[in-house]
Design a protein around this ligand. Structure first.
Ligand SMILES: [Zn+2]
Length: 471
């Protein structure tokens, strides 16, 4: 059952078809001709069924979440007609419905007939969905509803999305706008891992933690090291020696502070060191940081400032740094595959058919999928005799493929009654198989040379195997 319809966790079960919701369009069936929405909607369903709060998010889960939310974020209303509702856990359904009734009443003052009708329809939809819940799920509830133009003005249809958030959503929000307010959900899926930040130069240093997007400057250490220019009358050599000793004692203090701040953090994923000039390198080279922290240094970068401003500079560059971390991971994953292929060990395979075979046999350890695999798995069904056939086609060719079915006769009963029964992104299709087979799924970007090679030389579908496949 595709889509974000009632039927998932926390819903009363009920069959879903667009007819069951009256004349308003519901994204639930490819028969609407809107393959794009359908495809993403499949992703959405899967996303929220995954228990993300306990497990570390995998590249696949991130891929699904991001895709789904990007799609919702891009939707635009004709005017301020799209309703976003965030309900935190613990609220009474009846209270929320009462509030919505009020909002619907207020909406009757809207002058434009079309806008008024669209807003009221959207609110009504939200209320209908809410009534399917006896109580608000434990992580709260998010509903988006509104008239989305499908094909230019006058083609609006009401689309409704019910989302059971992957983590508690502790805000109340009712908003009518020309877009869906997805930003609070996007916040939820941001990285929750903690990164340590240390900026240092010869005068001072600052220590900070970055958890998700919460930044905290935890500690600051001043050096007391004399400036580079000696006072008159001091011998140059003595001055240098003194300065050196002061610097080392300062480094030791910074190291102690860093160990105290960063070592106890349970989810410390990495440490980023920054600062103007060479001091940061000297500090990093020496034995001032505990070795486990040293191992976690993911990048040493130049900043113009020290102190809080320096920390902020690093935070601004953090997304780029973290992406690099993922690229290193991706390179390693693809290289493992290339090694097995290159050494002909039989412990790797590629191509849709072979990989599927491996998955069905439970032989796949890691499934590698290129992020931009634009392939769709389609199921064609004959409505007369019920015969079904599956095929893989390019996403761009989907419309043409659908048209090609018109007038084509069924291979079994020879009637011209072939229809597209289902479409599914190939990534989802294979990922589902992988989940059943308990294989790791890695969605690999095209940002590295290895990622490009996976896509171009191996068709973007590959696997590292636990054991050899028999022919
Ligand atoms: Zn047939």
């Amino acid at each position: 059952m595709p889509g974000l319809h009632p039927g998932g966790r926390g819903f009363k079960s009920r069959p879903v078809h667009k007819k069951s919701f009256g004349k308003h369009f519901e994204i639930c069936s490819f028969s609407c001709g809107n393959s794009y929405l359908f495809r993403y909607n499949v992703g959405l369903r899967l996303v929220w069924n995954t228990n993300l709060s306990t497990a570390k998010r995998t590249s696949l889960e991130k891929f699904r979440l991001k895709r789904s939310l990007d799609t919702l974020t891009r939707k635009e209303g004709r005017g301020t007609e799209l309703v976003s509702l965030y309900v935190p856990p613990g609220r009474q359904v009846s209270d929320v419905i009462a509030t919505l009734k009020q909002e619907r009443g207020t909406a009757s003052n809207i002058k434009s007939d079309a806008t008024r009708k669209n807003v009221q329809d959207a609110i009504t939809k939200v209320m209908q969905r809410l009534r399917l819940f006896r109580k608000i799920p434990k992580n709260g509830l998010v509903i988006f509803s509104g008239a989305i133009p499908q094909n230019g003005p006058g083609s609006e249809r009401v689309e409704t999305y019910v989302i059971d958030p992957p983590e508690p959503i502790n805000i109340w929000l009712y908003r009518c706008d020309n877009r869906f307010h997805t930003e609070h959900l996007l916040d939820l899926i941001k990285e929750k891992e903690t990164y340590g930040i240390l900026v240092i130069d010869a005068t001072a240093s600052a220590l900070a933690t970055l958890e998700g997007n919460r930044l905290q400057v935890v500690d600051e250490v001043t050096s007391g090291v004399a400036g580079k220019h000696r006072a008159g009358g001091q011998s140059a050599r003595r001055f240098e020696r003194l300065r050196e000793a002061q610097l080392i004692s300062y480094f030791k203090r910074v190291g102690d502070h860093a160990n105290k701040v960063f070592l106890p953090l349970p989810n410390l994923k990495g440490l980023i060191i920054g600062g103007p000039g060479f001091t940061k390198f000297e500090f990093e080279k020496g034995d001032f940081l505990n070795y486990t922290l040293k191992d976690k240094v993911i990048e040493t970068i130049d900043t113009a400032y020290v102190g809080e401003e320096g920390v902020q500079e690093i935070v601004d560059k953090a997304p780029e740094i973290l992406r690099k971390v993922r690229y290193v991971e991706e390179k390693r994953i693809v290289q493992e595959f290339l090694y097995e292929i290159g050494h002909d060990t039989g412990l790797a395979t590629y191509g849709e058919e072979e990989v599927k075979r491996g998955l069905k046999m439970g032989a796949v350890k890691t499934l590698l999928l290129s992020e931009d695999l634009d392939l769709v798995r389609v199921t064609v069904k004959c409505t007369s005799c019920g015969v079904q056939k599956q095929e893989t086609v390019k996403s761009q060719a989907l419309i043409g493929y659908k048209q090609s079915l018109v007038g084509k006769s069924c291979s079994e009963c020879k009637m011209s009654t072939l229809t597209l029964a289902e479409t599914k992104e190939i990534i989802e299709d294979l990922a589902e198989l992988a989940e059943q087979a308990r294989a790791e799924v890695e969605v690999i970007s095209g940002q590295t040379e290895e990622g490009q090679m996976l896509k171009k030389s191996f068709g973007g579908i590959a696997a590292v195997l636990r054991f050899k496949l028999q022919n």
